[in-house]
Write a protein that binds this ligand. Structure first.
Ligand code: XMP
Length: 308
């Protein structure tokens, strides 16, 4: 790649020529790819870019606030609270692929409504090189996307030739916060793939609290740089425990911490036992619904990184 500052200059010029100040929309998740794209396109076409942040209610603790704080003054930013819409659509569904399908569909519905409101002509996507190389070049560089309601948008992909580490360099050059640039990957369907079985607000909140403890301890102990992903999974299993002198029957939480280069394969590295123990103790004492914490030691393959 050319230097980050050269890339940014060239990219802004290309985007200006391609979009020509037409109304443009991006789904901003707060991950590094969509964040870098949002800022690049904003530099090129100003407020003709509308960055839509859809809150599906499946985000981690503090995430909504962080994304809003980072972008509401920097972009033409729209926060959409779609929590109820997603949770209602997911009610009673426990199959992981079914959950993913529903989330994808509701997401498109919500996003299309926003695109219609602004009469968008272009859609910016944060596709990076592995996304299309892995799908054997099936995603064309210039293409249109037809939304289910009939809207057709021209797709612009400013970082499609870059790899993750290069996107991060561009993010730093654009003055995005370090926590965002180096944030661990978080899947689009969010906590829905980390709460096994049917979702409920209560289960999501338990997973969110346990996950916040995992993140806090891993970062505090400086392990975040060597791990690709580190998170808590809320299983659908309940196990007996003791709280005080009372027997209790609560959830089993699994800690998943893997090292990887590209998520195609992953392994569980040796982890400092004191950190694992303090994460476990904190979760069982601070999240009252949890009676048992276990550590996943399975690599990918044969396991996947996510649990659902
Ligand atoms: P698995 O669980 O397949 O995950 O080993 C590999 C990587 O992909 C992420 N992942 C997803 N990302 N939508 C996404 O945007 C999904 O449905 C999804 N499922 C898994 C996962 O977090 C890991 O980084």
């Amino acid at each position: 790649m050319i230097s980050p500052s050269e890339f940014i200059k060239e990219s802004i010029e290309n985007i200006k020529n391609e979009i020509n100040n037409e109304k443009t929309i991006i789904a901003l998740s707060g991950g590094v790819d969509s964040s870098v794209c949002s800022v690049l396109v904003k530099e090129a076409i100003g407020d003709n870019l509308v960055a839509v942040f859809v809150d599906h209610g499946l985000l981690r603790e503090g995430e909504v606030e962080e994304v809003c704080k980072t972008f509401e003054n920097r972009l033409n930013f729209v926060y959409v609270d779609a929590k109820d819409e997603f949770l209602n659509a997911l009610y009673g569904v426990d199959d992981p692929e079914e959950k993913r399908k529903i989330i994808g569909k509701v997401f498109i519905d919500v996003f299309e409504r926003e695109a219609e409101k602004i009469e968008a002509k272009f859609l910016v996507q944060g596709t990076i090189a592995p996304d299309w190389i892995e799908s054997e070049g099936k995603i064309k560089s210039h293409h249109n996307l037809a939304l289910p309601g009939g809207m057709v948008l021209k797709v612009v992909e400013p970082v499609r030739d870059l790899y993750k580490d290069e996107v991060r360099e561009i993010g730093l050059e654009l003055d995005l916060p370090d926590e965002l640039v180096f944030r661990q990957p978080f899947p689009g369907p969010g906590l829905a793939v980390r709460v096994v079985g049917e979702l409920s607000e209560e289960k999501l909140e338990i997973c969110r609290k346990a996950d916040a403890i995992v993140r806090e301890e891993i970062i505090k102990n400086g392990l975040d740089k060597e791990l690709w992903q580190y998170f808590a999974v809320l299983t659908d299993t309940k196990v007996t425990g003791v709280k005080g002198d009372q027997r209790d029957f609560g959830y089993l939480v699994v800690l998943r911490m893997v090292a990887s280069v590209d998520a195609m394969t992953a392994y569980v590295p040796e982890l400092p036992w004191n950190v694992i123990r303090s994460i476990s103790k904190r979760i069982t004492s601070e999240v009252s619904e949890v009676t048992h914490v276990s550590l996943s030691i399975s690599d990918k393959p044969p396991s996947t990184i996510e649990f659902a």
